[in-house]
Design a protein around this ligand. Structure first.
Ligand SMILES: [Zn+2]
Length: 363
């Protein structure tokens, strides 16, 4: 190819990425709230619900020209829209530069799935099945179509490797999840005698004391959907008194006999408890399927690498937020984005990593 051709293809990859990023924004907004992604066809403003005309919907450019506001009602449009378009455009370009075109097309699909999964996980602490299971299916199909993804010439071998790598991703994370439950998960505690408890607001956290056991409130919750149930003989929520009830806690709210209190507005909860129930999972099932999709596209080594790199970066960021004192309820971080980070690192630098690792083993 001449240089002019190469440049043309690069520009094309970038613009295609920006356009796909614009569509991914629609998926990120609509998938978790169960809105159809093709109806209405036109994008609409989340604030005033007005359809966005095409010349206000040009990827990257419109967000700048409208200064991040809706042209109709002036509502602020999240910076995320711009960020997703730019990120997708840059990754599409990088993939195009680094890989032969058949692999690049497969990786474009993969990168798109990672971006949707990551941004939905950030906001909702879930990764929808359409992203994860869809990703597994797409990965196996891509491997059958482009066996080079699985480093073989045989379609059958590529399909089998892809399926096995997906299974490895699911099973390895499932084992960690189950091991975590055995190590940390005291899920149901029935007290021998009725036991007094208190929940007391402490700045942006709370002290939770049951009997003689003291704990920080935020330590009991890893995800938005986590719950803590406390069966009580009696309980007091600020000035309200109740008898024989179950306190149904989420990290930021408590439901008592169909009445909901935001914990931000509550100073103290106390009472006598009989049983504590934590129906919790250390990780969402979405993460298992997400890692399986990574395996289906990148193979078994990428599963191990993504898990390792993701856990490492996750712990480092967790430590930083802890040291910086920024660890509040809302600062709980999902795992999906770290897995995605590991997968993208592997995609571009897996070979370098393997060479370095091989050098360590055979100096
Ligand atoms: Zn609007």
């Amino acid at each position: 190819m001449t240089q002019a051709h190469q440049l043309l293809f690069r520009v094309f990859a970038f613009i295609l990425g920006a356009a796909v990023g614009s569509f991914l924004n629609v998926c990120i907004y609509r998938l978790p709230v169960d809105l159809s992604i093709n109806r209405p066809r036109r994008s609409f403003c989340p604030a005033c619900k007005q359809p966005i005309v095409w010349h206000h919907n040009v990827p990257l450019i419109s967000w700048f020209l409208l200064r991040g506001r809706c042209a109709n009602c002036g509502a602020k449009i999240s910076f995320r829209y711009f960020a997703v378009e730019l990120l997708t455009a840059l990754l599409f370009l990088a993939v195009w530069q680094a890989f032969p075109w058949q692999i690049a097309v497969a990786y474009w699909t993969f990168v798109s799935l990672l971006i949707v999964g990551t941004f939905i996980d950030f906001e909702h602490f879930i990764i929808p099945d359409r992203v994860t299971i869809g990703g597994i299916v797409a990965g196996v199909v891509a491997s059958l179509a482009v066996p080079a993804l699985m480093e073989t010439n045989s379609r059958v071998a590529a399909g089998v490797r892809s399926v096995l790598a997906a299974a490895l991703g699911y099973v390895i994370l499932l084992l960690i999840l189950e091991a975590g439950k055995i190590a940390f998960g005291r899920k149901r505690i029935r007290f021998d005698t009725p036991t007094p408890f208190t929940w007391t607001k402490r700045e942006d956290d709370a002290a939770f004391v049951v009997g003689s056991e003291k704990s920080l409130w935020s330590d009991h919750f890893a995800r938005k959907k986590d719950r803590l149930l406390l069966q009580c003989d009696e309980a007091k929520v600020d000035n309200h008194t109740y008898g024989n009830l179950t306190l149904d806690f989420h990290y930021d709210r408590v439901t008592v006999e169909n009445e909901q209190f935001l914990l931000d507005h509550v100073n103290e909860i106390s009472g006598i408890a009989r049983e504590l129930l934590i129906p919790r999972e250390a990780m969402g099932r979405g993460d298992l399927k997400f890692l399986a999709a990574i395996g289906a596209f990148l193979g078994w080594r990428a599963v191990l690498f993504s898990l390792f790199a993701g856990s490492l970066v996750g712990s480092i960021i967790g430590l930083i937020t802890l040291v910086a004192g920024k660890r509040v309820w809302s600062a709980k971080l999902p795992f999906g984005p770290y897995l995605a980070f590991g997968a993208i690192s592997w995609m571009f630098f897996g070979d370098v990593f393997l060479q370095w690792y091989g050098g360590l083993l055979n100096p």
